[in-house]
Design a protein around this ligand. Structure first.
Ligand code: SF4
Length: 372
């Protein structure tokens, strides 16, 4: 198959659903790690098509959703600092911090700029030498190489008015934390295909051996997802957990060596707080010491905290760890909507709550029709 629509072929999808149902001797619980996969599953009605055979629970793979509240608060503070411009991806702007979002900070006079790439932030800093430009660097390993390149470029150009607020996260430690939790229900993972294009999948073998859970690298189209689920089910039925790549058109075992070398040069692994999940050991990245002058946390002192809004109604931690589905949150669709979000999973284009709000009511007429 070469073209995207071939990966949405309804007839092949129907056959895969039938195969999965035929091969399933008991209901299995599979977590798709990535928010993009969650949207694909709901958009194409795959969760409903497999109901009773496979329970799909949604993982923490939305980088915007897991960016810690403290980092958003700091970003808002920086946007209000005289002479400073806070730059980040559009998805980050509406994510609530403990007091406000970046969009609200901007409405209140903060200097917030939406950009599509960290390299744009470097160019903006170069064009505006009188402004301090801070790039709010969020995302999984997928976006990390671009941030590393921006840091290297800023150093190469001798920019003294550019820094980053680092909040990048690592997927594998979050998967380890989920299977190690006493109330874990996950029996297999669909690993995030786009992350693996960078990292490869060698690192997953140890988790498979230790925890006995199949890990299947999967893409985002209906046939990608169904083939990944079928592979998980086969391994679970045969009690033979392994790491298997079902996203061969994009992922190599070693990932992207050049991108990894940029990352290795600039970042080191560090403990990282994840929103809703707490501090995950080795769950993120920190700038290496030789780039510490480009770290906004070291460059700027924290300002006094503002009054904190009540966030207790949002159950994003339970959603991100797969303990509840978004509909089980009492605020879903009433107190919390994409227009008026209470928590990050309702804001982000990859958030599970936003996926349910957008697609669940339309699941009966999916884009790629599948049998129920
Ligand atoms: S529906 Fe809204 S309030 Fe409930 S968990 Fe999701 S983001 Fe939080």
């Amino acid at each position: 198959m070469k073209f995207l629509d071939e990966f949405r072929n309804p007839e092949l999808a129907r056959r895969l659903v039938e195969q999965i149902r035929r091969e399933t001797s008991q209901p299995w619980v599979i977590m798709e790690v990535c928010g993009g996969q969650t949207h694909g599953l709901l958009r194409h009605g795959i969760d409903e098509a497999l109901a009773g055979a496979v329970e799909l629970i949604h993982g923490p793979g939305c980088p915007v959703c897991v960016t810690p509240v403290e980092a958003i608060d700091f970003a808002c503070d920086l946007s209000r600092r005289p002479g400073t411009v806070l730059a980040s991806f559009g998805d980050m702007l509406r994510v609530p911090g403990s007091r406000e979002s970046l969009a609200q900070a901007r409405a209140g006079g903060g200097h917030v700029r939406m950009l599509y790439s960290p390299l744009d932030a470097v160019a903006f800093a170069q064009a505006n030498p009188d402004s301090e430009v801070v790039f709010f660097a969020v995302g999984f390993e997928t976006t990390l190489p671009a941030t590393a390149l921006a840091v290297l470029q800023a150093r190469q150009r001798g920019l003294r008015n550019f820094s980053i607020l680092p909040a990048h996260v690592r997927v594998l430690p979050a998967m380890e934390a989920i299977v190690a939790a006493p109330d874990n229900r996950v029996q297999a993972f669909l690993a995030a295909g786009h992350v693996c294009t960078i990292t490869g999948y060698r690192e997953y073998h140890e988790l498979v051996e230790r925890a006995g859970v199949p890990i299947v690298v999967a893409g985002f189209e209906p046939l990608d997802l169904l083939e990944g689920i079928r592979e998980c089910v086969r391994q679970l039925e045969q009690r033979r957990p392994a790491v298997v790549n079902r996203y061969e058109r994009s992922v190599r075992e070693a990932g992207n060596p050049q991108a990894r070398s940029f990352v290795e040069e600039v970042f080191q692994v560090a403990d990282q707080p994840w929103r809703g999940l707490g501090v995950i050991p080795s769950g993120g990245f920190e700038l290496r010491d030789r780039f510490s002058d480009l770290n906004a946390r070291r460059r700027f002192p924290r300002s006094a905290p503002l009054p904190i809004l009540d966030q207790s109604r949002c159950r994003s931690g339970d959603v991100l760890s797969g303990r509840i589905r978004p509909r089980e949150c009492s605020e879903f669709g009433t107190g919390c909507t994409p227009e008026s979000p209470l928590g990050a999973p309702m804001v982000s284009s990859e958030g599970a709550c936003a996926a349910y709000y957008r697609y669940a009511p339309a699941a009966a007429i999916p884009v790629c029709p599948l049998p129920g």
